[in-house]
Design a protein around this ligand. Structure first.
Ligand SMILES: Cc1ncc(COP(=O)(O)O)c(C=O)c1O
Length: 378
C-alpha cells in the first residue's frame, strides 16, 4: 500500500529530541537537561494559572492584549509590534512559513538551536550552516554563507547549545551586511542571563528600527513557565502583520497568558532566579574544569563542557550521571559528541552533581563505575 507522501523536505527533518526526563530506577531524577528554572516558577504566576481554571470553557483572548501590553510596558516597546507564540518555537515557525519558499535558504551558525532547522525545512527551505569560531557565532562566516537564495538568518545570542555570546557590535555588523529582504531572527531566549557581559545587548534596539529584524524572547527560561508554552516576537509592523495572518487564532492559552502577566510582575522571583544563576554558574564551571573538562564561557543558565578524551568519555559520563539519577544533555545531535550540557541547579542540586562528578573521577581511578545514589532513593 502506498499512502500519501509528505513534501520531500519533511522527510529530511530530524525530529527534535528533548532533554531526557527519565532515569531508570529513579522516580524523581535531578533534571539538568533542558535549561529549566531550578526555582520553579513565580508563586504569583502559579496563582494566576490556577485562577484561570475558573474559565477553561472560554476561548483565550486571541490578541493577548493584556499580555502584549504588559510585555510592552516592561520592555518599553510598542504593544502592536509584539506577536505571541506557543513558545518562541512557534515564532520561528511563523517566520519560516511567512518568508521561506521551496528553494530558498535559511542560514544559521553551525551549533544552532534545533527548532530553527525544523521550521525552515517544514517550509520547504534548505538549511545552510556557517562555521563557528571556537564555539562562538562567527559573523563573517555567516555573511559568507549568505547568497541570493537566502531569505532568513537565525542567530541565538547567547547561544544554545554552546552557551556563548557575542558582542552586540557583531550582531550589528551581521545586520549591516545583510540585504534588507533577508529576515534576521535574533533568538534571545537566554538574554536575561547575559546581563553584565561586556558589550552584550539582546538586539531590541535593532528590532525597534530595522525593517527586517525579529527579536524573540520566552517565558520558558528565566520565568520558569516552560510547560505553558509561551514566547513572543518583536518586529517591524509589516512582519508582525504577516505573522499574525498565519498564527493560529488561539495560540496562547488563557492560563499561559495569565501566568505570564503575573510572572512579569514578580520582580522578587526574577531577582532570585538571576541571583541563583549568577552564584551557581562559576561554581558549576569550576566543578567541571576540576574534573578535567574544558568549559565554554557561559552567558546562560547552563554550562557546556568538552571532554578532551572525546565522545566515548562524554557518553560514559552521561551514563554515569544517569545511574546517579542525574540527567544532563548529551550533544551528539548537535554535532558536539564530545560535549555535555549541564543546566544550573539550586545549591543542593549542584552539590549532588558535584558529588556524582567526583564519584566518576574516583571510579575512573579505581577502574570501575561508581553510582552515588541508590536507585529509587531520590
Ligand atoms: C536558543 C533557544 N531558543 C528558543 C528556545 C525555546 O523556547 P520556547 O520554550 O519559548 O519555545 C530554546 C529552548 O531551549 C532555546 O534554547
Amino acid at each position: 500500500m502506498s499512502g500519501p507522501a509528505p513534501k520531500s523536505t519533511i522527510l529530511d527533518i530530524k525530529p527534535y529530541v528533548p532533554g531526557k526526563a527519565k532515569a531508570a530506577g529513579f522516580a524523581a531524577p535531578l533534571k539538568l537537561s533542558a535549561n529549566e528554572n531550578a526555582l520553579g516558577c513565580s508563586p504569583k504566576a502559579r496563582a494566576a494559572y490556577v485562577a484561570a481554571a475558573e474559565n477553561l470553557h472560554l476561548y483565550p483572548d486571541s490578541k493577548a492584549i493584556a499580555l502584549r501590553e504588559a510585555i510592552a510596558a516592561k520592555h518599553k516597546l510598542e504593544a502592536d509590534r509584539i506577536v505571541l507564540g506557543t513558545g518562541s518555537d512557534e515564532i520561528f515557525s511563523l517566520v519560516c512559513q511567512a518568508y521561506l519558499s521551496p528553494g530558498d535558504a535559511m542560514v544559521q551558525p553551525h551549533y544552532a538551536f534545533a527548532a530553527w532547522a525544523i521550521a525552515a525545512k517544514a517550509a520547504g527551505a534548505r538549511v545552510v550552516s556557517a562555521p563557528e569560531r571556537d564555539y562562538a557565532v562567527d559573523v563573517d562566516a555567516l555573511l559568507a554563507a549568505v547568497d541570493p537564495t537566502t531569505r532568513v538568518v537565525f542567530v541565538a545570542n547567547p547561544a544554545n547549545p554552546t552557551g556563548t555570546c557575542v558582542p552586540f557590535a557583531d550582531i550589528q555588523r551581521l545586520h549591516a551586511g545583510l540585504p534588507e529582504h533577508v529576515v534576521l531572527v535574533l533568538d534571545a531566549a537566554y538574554a536575561e542571563f547575559a546581563e553584565g557581559v561586556p558589550g552584550y545587548e539582546d538586539g531590541m534596539t535593532l528590532a525597534r528600527t530595522a525593517p527586517n529584524v525579529v527579536l524573540t524572547r520566552t517565558f520558558s527560561k528565566l520565568h520558569g513557565l516552560a510547560a505553558l508554552r509561551i514566547g513572543w516576537g518583536y518586529a517591524a509592523a509589516p512582519i508582525v502583520d504577516a505573522l499574525n495572518r498565519i498564527r493560529l487564532p488561539f495560540n496562547a492559552a488563557t492560563p499561559a497568558q495569565a501566568a505570564a502577566i503575573a510572572a512579569l510582575g514578580d520582580s522578587d522571583f526574577v531577582a532570585r532566579s538571576l541571583t541563583l544563576v549568577r552564584e551557581m554558574r562559576p561554581r558549576l564551571t569550576h566543578a567541571l574544569t576540576n574534573a578535567g573538562l574544558r568549559t565554554l564561557p557561559s552567558a546562560t543558565n547552563f554550562v557546556t563542557a568538552l571532554f578532551p578524551e572525546g565522545p566515548e568519555a562524554a557518553r560514559a559520563m552521561e551514563l554515569h550521571l544517569a545511574q546517579c539519577g542525574i540527567l544532563v544533555r548529551g550533544l551528539s545531535g548537535y554535532d558536539m559528541p564530545s560535549a555535555l550540557r549541564v543546566t544550573i541547579g539550586s545549591d543542593p542540586e549542584m552539590l549532588e552533581f558535584e558529588c556524582a562528578l567526583r564519584g566518576s573521577a574516583a571510579a575512573k581511578r579505581a577502574g570501575g563505575s561508581l553510582g552515588r545514589n541508590v536507585p529509587g532513593s531520590s
